[in-house]
Each structure stands twice: as C-alpha cells, then as structure tokens.
Design a protein around this ligand. Sequence first.
Ligand code: VGL
Ligand code: ZN
Length: 198
Amino acid sequence: MQTLLIVDVQNDFMEGGPLATKGGSEIIPIINEIIKEFDHVVATQDWHPANHGSFATNHEGKTPGDVIQLAGLDQILWPPHCVQETPGAKFVKGLNTHKFDKVFKKGMDPEIDSYSAFYDNGHKKSTGLTNYLRERDVSTVSVCGVATEVCVKFTVLDAVSEGFETRLISKACRGVEMNPGDIESAINAMKKAGAKIM
Ligand code: VGL
Ligand code: ZN
C-alpha cells in the first residue's frame, strides 16, 4: 500500500506566520490534487506546549537562530510556533483534511524537540507511526509538506531508515531557507540517504 505523509501543513508555517516558509501556501492546491492518487493519507501536526524548550522566548537573552543544549542535543531556537489549541497550530484552511486517515501530533514534550514524524530528535521515543504503517502493510511512503529542510527532511531520513521505500514530492514542499542553500542541501541529503526525489 502507498501512503501520502503530509508534514506540518499548519498556519504558523505559512506566509506571515512566525516560522514562515517561502511560498508555503502554494502547496495547498498541489496537495489537494495529489491526495486523490493515494488510498491512504497520514498527516502530522507540530503541537507544542507554550513552555516548549525550542522557543527562544523561553530562554533569557536568546533569540531565534541561537543554538542551546536541550536533552543533551544541539537545539536551534525558533520563534514560538504551533502552540497547542492556538490558530497557528491549525491545519491551513483549504487543505483537504477530510482525506486524512490519521493525524500524528509531535513536539509535546517541552524537554525535547521532535522534527521527524517517526521519533523525537534524540530517537528515544517513537510516535507510533512505524507500527501504524507496518500494521497496514504500507511499503511506500510519499512525503510532502513543510519545512523541507527541517521536519520534512528528518521525516524522510527516518522513513528510509525504518525500511520504507521513500519518495519526496518536492513540488509539494516548501522550506524556511534561513540560510540560502538550506533547501538544496536538505534535498541532497535525502537523495543520498536513498529517498527518491519526485
Ligand atoms: C518545524 C522548526 C520547528 C517544521 C517545526 O515543521 O519544519 N521547523 N518546528
Ligand atoms: Zn516546532
């Protein structure tokens, strides 16, 4: 079975949001179109408590882009985003959420971030996605969403290492591109790991 995995298509990652991707809203009609080709659709939602350790505002004197230690890992600090139950955490209006079979929320533990749809950044806790897909005999995972160089990238890398045939639908992804070239190097890393770039 083939599954479409839609990563973090939430308001805060769209233009004008605190963690805006470039041209993020362009992917809404694209995803609504490709969703029709899949018999199974899973989405993720970045879902942080207000005291999340990845927010620069929760660390005195820090600004977005600074790096701190969180759960023993290097953690880039972000502006507050996707706080649970806020409008910014909602799926973008117009996205065909009726087609979603299942939503996996991530990033709830304030002490560790969770970019991948499969594991936290320390690879300690599973979200349950691997088992969910295996139980449904999913062999191929096609990934789209935001941000290309953050949550999409780590989701794709984990999908490959979990043994799924993994495809990146690049026309249905957008990135933040905090530094020029971030998107391109993320795509190269995914390709090198064994993902197919569509
Ligand atoms: C993301 C940064 C922080 C993403 C989530 O969805 O790519 N990026 N949290
Ligand atoms: Zn986040």
